[in-house]
Write a protein that binds this ligand. Structure first.
Ligand code: AMP
Ligand code: ZN
Length: 460
């Protein structure tokens, strides 16, 4: 299988370190607020990669972190280490403890994660559970001479390594990004970043720990290095995240990890292009940082959103509009209707022709839109229905659209009985009663289609 590697900027044949078990790490949510549909695009890409690996027969040791401390408001922007801890700010905003904030938004995240049918990692690792491991990494970096101290923390000196930024491109890009902010005057180089931050004198933080350098909290980047190395070893096969991480977070994770272990940190870096909304940036200030709940309130399901994510390749920007979501919902409904109407055949076999095409698509840098196109071609073809169902079942190991649930679907007996009763009323011209029953049926999530001399009950 071929994957695009952000590090080499090439499509490469995927070769895991251990031929049987692939190690994979995806940067997870910062749990200071709801995760929006942009964040979930990144987690969905990670799910497609995870599923393709499993489909190809690999065991996957997959870890996703939960960032519950140390991610500052300025951390995603050029000159990192600016601003305030997002968790502490949220605690002030909501009048809760940082732990309560983390717990609430972690639960909410996991609820949407499961609804979207994203396969769970072996572990969701919470940053605050790995402080000991982070301190050990920082101590090693200090012993090797990569750190220096300022008034607010311990920093990594990026000038000590020749190829810092090899993932991001050039250092110039990073500095230009950071130019929008007042640089920290105590930093030796604009690209240096904090490993450990001291608690401020003016305020007692919700979360702080003792360290050899003073009481404080970890820098955001060291968290992922500590969790990844602890859980997956010094070299990971695949590391994923949103494209914003290519510039700062991931180069920092990489440089500090490699300076500790002396080994490559990651063999394949993969980055998901951002989701846009109505053609523009999405954000809370723009009022379009929609969450799954907003979609559900408008009558859409998590699977409608999952289908929508299949529309673009993970390295291409995807534009969310309500119309596009509606089109996805309609396509998915059409798919489910087709599946429900097909006759199962225990003797049927998977279509080798379409399986080959599907595997070529997913093997080509996880080209999910192409895989979905193959699925529709297969459904439109004249292969027998039983074969279509068998082939779809196989495809759904990767697509995760819950197609299986619709195979051999039978309308529940009580709904069938209501539909029969309604039919009798209609035959006898008792329209008002027939109408009451139709509404009753609809309230339970079904619709009746009246044909010339018959009717059909379907799920809404
Ligand atoms: P955060 O909770 O801010 O740490 O972000 C969680 C993940 O979502 C990170 O991997 C980000 O890169 C990713 N992300 C943030 N915004 C978007 C977006 N608009 N589209 C896709 N991924 C995003
Ligand atoms: Zn990370």
């Amino acid at each position: 299988m071929q994957l695009y590697n952000s590090l080499t900027k090439k499509v490469e044949e995927f070769k895991p370190l251990n031929p049987d078990v692939v190690t994979m790490y995806t940067c997870g949510p910062t749990v200071y607020d709801y995760q929006h549909i942009g964040n979930f695009r990144t987690f969905m890409s990670s799910d497609f990669v995870h599923r393709v690996l499993k489909y190809n027969g690999y065991k996957v040791k997959f870890i996703m972190n939960i960032t519950d401390v140390g991610h500052l408001t300025g951390d995603n922007l050029g000159d990192a280490d600016l601003g305030e801890d997002r968790l502490e700010l949220a605690a002030d905003r909501e009048g809760k403890s940082a732990k309560e904030i983390a717990e609430f938004y972690t639960q909410d995240f996991m609820k949407s994660y499961d609804k979207l049918n994203i396969l769970r990692p072996e572990k969701f690792t919470r940053a605050s559970d790995y402080i000991k491991e982070m301190l050990a990494l920082i101590k090693t970096l200090e012993a090797k001479g990569f750190t220096y101290r300022t008034s607010d923390g311990i920093y990594f000196d990026t000038s000590k390594v020749g190829d810092y930024g090899k993932l991001a491109g050039t250092k110039v890009d990073l500095v230009e990004e950071g130019a929008r902010f007042e640089p920290n005057p105590e930093k030796k180089n604009p690209t240096d970043f904090s490993l450990w931050r001291f608690s401020p004198d003016s305020k007692i933080r919700w979360q702080e720990w003792d360290s050899p350098w003073g009481r404080g909290f970890p820098g955001w980047h060291i968290e992922c290095s500590a969790m990844a190395i602890e859980e997956l070893g010094p070299t990971i096969d695949i590391h994923m995240g949103g494209e914003d991480h290519k510039m700062i977070h991931h180069p920092n994770e990489m440089v500090q990890s490699e300076c500790v272990t002396g080994k490559p940190f990651v063999d394949y870096w993969m980055h998901t292009a951002f989701l846009k909304v109505d053609g523009g940036r999405m954000g809370k200030s723009v009022g379009n940082a929609y969450i799954l709940d907003d979609l559900e309130t408008k009558g859409f399901t998590a699977f409608d959103l999952r289908y929508f994510y299949t529309l673009a390749h993970y390295r291409t920007k995807l534009n969310f509009t309500w119309e596009a979501l509606q089109a996805s919902a309609s396509a998915l409904k059409k798919l489910y209707d087709m599946v429900e109407s097909y006759q199962e055949d225990p003797e049927a076999t998977i279509s080798p022709e379409y399986l080959n095409k599907f595997e070529a698509a997913i093997g080509d840098d996880v080209n999910i839109p192409q895989a979905v196109a193959v699925m529709w071609d297969m459904l439109k073809s004249d292969i027998p229905e039983g074969s279509k169902l068998k082939t779809l079942e196989k495809f759904d190991e990767v697509l995760g659209l819950n197609i299986v649930d619709h195979i051999g679907y039978e309308v529940p007996a009580d709904i069938e009985n209501l539909a029969k009763l309604r039919w009798e009323y209609r035959k006898n011209g008792i329209w008002d009663k027939a109408d009451v029953i139709r509404k009753q049926i609809e309230a339970q999530g079904f619709v009746i289609e009246d044909l010339v001399n018959a009717y059909k009950v379907k799920r809404k």
